[in-house]
Ligand binder design. Structure first.
Ligand code: HEM
Length: 508
């Protein structure tokens, strides 16, 4: 028989125990936070003056307007100039700290035990499309993915410049001969999708080939819709589940992208199955590291493999192409710098270009660095605090004191705003490659970020971008801007590129 008295006693004891536990946890949390504040002499961080203090919807609306008008990053620059280098906002009910302070950006990037991705709900919004991969995980899971990826970007792989030549020949064959106006941005997108699908999947998409049976335009449209959906969810914060509860178009778009990737995955699993003979390298050459095949040797689950490779395919497909498009955007508006690059390029033997020789071309490097500073495709890095911790700067009226960062707080390292800080870069909105002459690398310039999660492709990007610029400046004597809009209007997706494309003419 049920003893009511004993049951009531049990419920009371359990209630008391859980209340004691909750009170203890709250006391412990306060104690830890107070200790952190005292130890680091933390002060309060500046707060964004929200009209909507509950959800911060006013700021969200401002950002959506700015995205529509292609000026999101300049809006950030204005806000950092007004509220200081570090300030906190209410991001749809979540605390979010924005920082453009070098000390904080470095601290977040180099303290992975305190700041990470996996913890961030915001980072998970794209998971049906992007899944778990090097981009979205932390700790041992991230390390495993990163170890698989790193050899793709080894010196041996990047030294193989010969492979690029054929793609550049195809690109040049599509450039109008007679100085007609054309948009080079979509051509660069095709160039880098072809190059990256070769080294990632072992099979190029060959979108630059006119008689290619693969429907690149359809795939590209699906990819763009998938990325737009991803961005919309990130922007909607905690409202995303209500706002995008029913969105079959997004699902259809990323399913199309998955279908292409899944075919490559099936091929890689087949190639690396125990019954397939190992592939031999052509005589005198090293065997190329095809990332998907190397991954398939360790991961046999096709869904896991799909997401692992998407984590590299997405950043690969439009970043270098955006960098080069932006470089030509700037060069078309500064043709005298094109002339200088051409003088250097004409003295080179295109047959003898190597990783080292490309790296030593300082004037090309300066143009690439200045483009990355002015319009870097990856302007913000999002993380979340995995525990109660501190940031070295942002506290007090002068922003020079440390600040407390509570567990779960989201952080946005705004590298773009740091790269436009007039104290670090005089005339920050002017394209001036010469500012890089003699300048040493430091945390003031981190287009690829830094620390353990630094972009693994950073050296590859610089090599491929230099090679492409050398080939184009050798080939064409004159570049002209053909866009009546002179300023850069952003198109914000996963990365930021030029909304108006890059309309130019090139003459021999
Ligand atoms: C102009 C070109 C590029 C720029 C400016 C760039 C920039 C960046 C930045 C800033 C990060 C750190 C992101 C963060 O922590 O929030 C990153 C990470 C990453 N990038 Fe790039 N990237 C470029 C090209 C590429 C390419 C071509 C690939 C692949 C072939 C690539 C693969 C990756 C991967 C896999 C990560 C994640 C690394 C990790 O979390 O361990 N990136 N990139």
């Amino acid at each position: 028989m049920l003893d009511i008295g004993r049951l009531v006693r049990l419920v009371v004891i359990l209630g008391l125990a859980s209340t004691t536990y909750i009170l203890y946890r709250a006391w412990e949390t306060r104690r830890v936070r107070r200790t952190l504040v005292l130890q680091a002499s933390c002060k309060d961080v500046a707060q964004y003056p929200h009209e909507d203090r509950l959800w911060g919807y006013d700021l969200m609306r401002q950002r959506q307007e700015a995205i529509k008008e292609g000026r999101l990053m300049p809006l950030y620059a204005k806000q950092f100039a007004t509220y200081g280098k570090t300030w906190e906002e209410n991001f749809m009910g979540t605390r979010l700290i924005n920082t453009a302070d070098k000390e904080n950006i470095q601290h977040i990037a180099t303290t992975p035990d305190h700041f990470g991705r996996n913890f961030s709900q915001r980072g998970r919004v794209g998971w049906p499309f992007t899944g778990r991969s090097v981009m979205s995980t932390d700790g041992a899971e991230w390390k495993h993915s990163r170890n698989l990826i790193n050899p793709t970007f080894s010196r041996a792989e990047m030294s193989d410049i010969d492979g690029l030549g054929v793609y550049l020949d195809r690109l040049i064959s599509l450039i109008p001969e007679d100085g007609q106006t054309f948009d080079i941005q979509p051509l660069f997108q095709k160039l880098f999708i072809d190059i990256s699908t070769e080294f990632l999947f072992g099979k190029s998409m060959n979108s630059l080939l006119p008689d290619n049976p693969f429907d690149y335009e359809k795939f590209y449209a699906a990819l763009e819709r998938s990325l737009t959906g991803l961005m919309q969810r990130r922007q909607a914060g905690n409202m995303r589940s209500i706002r995008y509860a029913y969105d079959p178009e997004w699902k259809q778009a990323y399913t199309e992208v998955h279908a292409y990737i899944d075919e490559r995955v099936a091929e890689a699993l087949e190639k690396t199955s125990s019954s397939s003979p190992p592939t031999e390298a052509p005589e005198g050459k090293h065997r190329k590291y095809v990332l998907l095949q190397e991954m398939a040797k360790q991961i046999r689950d096709p869904i896991e493999l799909r997401y692992q490779i998407i984590g590299v395919f997405l950043p690969a497909r439009d970043t270098t192409s955006t960098l080069l498009s932006n470089a030509l955007f700037n060069l078309a508006r500064n043709p005298h710098i094109w002339d200088q690059l051409r003088q250097t390029a004409l003295q080179l033997d295109p047959e003898k270009l190597t990783f080292e020789s490309l790296k030593s071309l300082k004037d090309f490097r300066n143009v690439i660095f200045e483009t990355l500073r002015l319009q870097g495709p990856s302007g913000r890095s999002q993380t979340a605090a995995k525990r109660d911790t501190v940031l070295p700067r942002g506290g007090g009226a002068d922003g020079q004191s440390a600040i407390l960062v509570k567990r779960g707080t989201h952080l946005s390292s705004n590298v773009w705003a740091m790269h436009h800080d007039p104290h670090l870069y005089p005339e920050p909105f002017v394209f001036k490659p010469e500012r890089w002459a003699g300048k040493r690398q430091s945390w003031e310039f981190v287009p690829f970020l830094g620390g353990p999660r630094i972009c693994p492709a950073n050296q590859q990007v610089l090599t491929y971008a230099t090679y492409t610029l050398v080939r184009l400046t050798r080939e064409y004597a004159v570049i002209e801007n053909r866009d009546p809009v002179l300023q850069y209007v952003e198109l914000t997706k996963m990365t930021t590129r030029s909304r108006n494309g890059v309309k130019i003419s090139l003459k021999r």
